[in-house]
Design a protein around this ligand. Structure first.
Ligand code: KG4
Ligand code: ZN
Length: 375
């Protein structure tokens, strides 16, 4: 282990660990307790794509075993890159949910062992909260703001009022947006992970060739639905079979265009709701900031559309750099530092949570009312 970095005594140093899906990651983040600003000292991510590719998606058992095999090395590498040893850390933060439970347990057990052996406090972090607050680390942006969270497992619009205070404005009633990208890629034979493959293929395509549906457009509550869009892609592909490369590119571009229209319409609704009821007692009344986060936030077409919308509506637009959109441990360490600063640490028997909504009071979007499964 190298000798420790000179430690600025205003800075809190947190090791973060992330194993909720198919990335094994560890990072060290420093947070200045006077300015509140953060910096990344190391950020190591090992993707398991190659192990899952033959199956066309993430296999939970394979993911958990792969985390076991490499997490120790990744943690060691993150400390070495930061020039630190365990003894100079102030806390250990780990993703405790939501996610694949086998992987979560691997990360939690390691983090607990590190905390116990080095007498460090443990912070159990919600993975969605980490995506939600990444812009605080990268840009110093603090709540309140409107958040579009788009990943492989979630698609939500949230009012982020403060650390730990989230109001869900809308969610998907079926597939998550990342899932829709992944399934579209799979059915077009573009491989895994699907999002980047669809985006790459769409670059050469004609977005106006196929008039795909725009589910939920104009609905009052800013929920999303992508299952019908995915089915329309499948049906269109079937009618064109055998597909030529140009057809695949046009389908990808038309799919992205439909997604962009749906997302824009839903965000406009959420903006209107937030403009009518800005956050209460958050200490700041300017909520007119839109943040997009999660793996799908890496999509450049989506980012450009949201950027243009923000300019039109007088919102500022924020997105993490591409490398921090997909799963990483710097965002976990950052939330760990924020919670540690508030004295919010967790006991060593904290259990993994496969489900862990940011707004626990939000009613289910499906199964009842007009949005019910039978609607
Ligand atoms: O946040 P994330 O890394 O993992 C989860 O917590 O789910 O998101 C992964 C998702 C995958 O569905 C992947 O296909 C999608 O993000 N994704 C993209 C792009 N890059 C990753 N979707 C569209 N365009 C991209 N460039
Ligand atoms: Zn994620």
């Amino acid at each position: 282990m190298p000798s420790d970095n000179a430690k600025n005594d205003k800075e809190v140093l947190v090791l973060g660990i992330e194993t909720s899906c198919d990335e094994t990651a560890a990072a060290v983040v420093a947070r200045d307790s006077v300015t509140g600003r953060g910096r990344i000292l190391s950020n190591v991510v090992r993707s398991q794509w190659e192990s899952h590719r033959p199956f066309g998606g993430v296999v939970p058992e394979i993911a958990a075993r792969a985390h076991v095999e490499c997490l120790d090395d990744i943690v060691r590498e993150s400390l070495a890159t930061a020039g630190l040893s365990f003894s100079s850390l102030d806390a250990v933060a780990v993703t405790a949910g939501p996610g694949l439970v086998g992987g979560l347990i691997v990360g939690l057990v390691s983090a607990k062992a590190i905390a116990l052996a080095n007498d460090l406090p443990l912070v159990a972090v919600n993975h969605l909260e980490a995506h939600a607050l990444t812009v605080g680390l990268t840009e110093g942006l603090a709540p309140p703001y409107l958040l579009l969270l788009v990943s492989g497992g979630h698609t939500q619009l949230l009012a982020v009022d403060d650390l730990g205070r989230y109001r869900r404005l809308g969610t998907t009633i079926d597939d998550a947006l990342g899932e829709a990208f992944d399934k579209t890629a799979k059915l077009l034979g573009l491989g895994f992970p699907g999002g980047p493959a669809v985006e790459r293929t769409a670059r050469d395509g004609n977005p106006a060739r196929f008039p795909l549906p725009r589910p939920m457009l104009g609905r009052e509550v800013p929920h999303f639905s992508f299952a019908g869009l995915k089915t329309a892609v499948r049906q269109t592909a079937l009618t064109l079979t055998p597909l030529r490369p140009g057809d695949v590119a046009d389908l990808c571009a038309s799919f992205e265009a439909a997604v962009a229209d749906c997302v824009r319409d839903r965000v406009v609704r959420a903006m209107a709701i937030l403009d009518d009821q800005p956050p209460v007692d958050s200490g700041a009344n300017d909520h007119r900031h839109l943040v997009v986060a999660g793996g799908v936030a890496a999509n450049l077409r989506l980012r450009a559309g949201l950027q243009a919308l923000c300019t039109e509506r007088n919102y500022t637009f924020h997105a993490p750099p591409l490398s921090l959109c997909s799963d990483n441990a710097a965002m976990i360490a950052w939330v760990g530092a924020l919670r540690f600063a508030r004295g919010e640490i967790n006991p060593l028997d904290f259990a993994a949570r496969a489900r862990w909504p940011l707004d626990a009071s939000a009613p289910p979007a499906i199964g009842a009312g007009r949005l019910g499964a039978k609607a």
